[in-house]
Design a protein around this ligand. Sequence first.
Ligand code: KG4
Ligand code: ZN
Length: 324
Amino acid sequence: MRLVLGIETSCDETAVALVEGGRRILAAKVVSQIDIHRKFGGVVPEVAARQHLETLNYLIEDVLKEADLEITAVDAIACTQGPGLIGTLLTGLSAAKVLAWAADKPLILVDHLMAHVCANFINTELQPPFIALLVSGGHTQIIHFSSYQQYDLLGETLDDAAGEAYDKVARLLGLGYPGGPVIDRLAASGNPLAFPFPEGNVAGYGFSFSGLKTAVLRCVEKLAGPLPIEDLCASFQEAVSRVLARKTVAAALETKVPCIVLAGGVAANSALRRKLAEQSPIPVYYPEMALCTDNAAMVAGAAFFCGKEADLAASVYSRQKKRR
Ligand code: KG4
Ligand code: ZN
């Protein structure tokens, strides 16, 4: 199973990619729906599913054309099974099933969170063991990988995910959706020490970001005159990245792994990358920018390293399955 065609439709990006051996991209396309959902202030599931339906077939054709391959050359068809939006996941799964059936190829299902971690294997020689900090719009977790298929969840957020906190704070500051990239950009010209926002007081490797979001809200309510947006963004970003970096480094030292791996949309965050580089005594890896947010190269890669073969009766799941 060396050459995999991957399909990603877990949320608001339609993506298709052809990846060889889990590490080399032959062709990859992502069509983002952000402009469509922006006016609603967040993703509308039915609209997202409809957009995937309209885009998928063209993307599959484009990717095969770009790689100059027929579907017969592909060893397997992979898609995201969950977690994600049920309606959008089903569009990707249906397309994958049809392709697998028509071309007589194995159907491989992939967990979206594992796929984010596998984005780190693209164009690298990286291999487990490592500590992964998975920070996306729906999850914030510290995971110990002892092999490609064996992992333990060491801690996770008790409430909002890091990306969700970015999106909610951006909304309350009137900065639009998605919040991460815009806060990251504005924070660059702000003072991270202007407002001492709390980190969230959770023991061990757990996190809590809902108190931080409320602290930003209270601060905004008290401020008179035009808001110091850059300082607010920088101070919020400082609080998030500080706790993420500190706990990730602590987990890596405790488990004695040789490196740290960042994954998920918030892995694109400049402050988080900077803080980890400053604080970690061991190497820190992160995917290139385009592979941090949702894409299909990571799905095809995950199929190679840790995907599960399924039959045509398979379905999707919206929430994370229990980890081993
Ligand atoms: O992994 P992803 O594309 O989708 C999920 O699986 O959730 O992550 C999307 C999240 C959004 O919450 C977005 O605001 C955040 O990643 N994000 C960022 C940055 N770029 C995207 N957060 C902080 N800084 C960024 N530069
Ligand atoms: Zn994602």
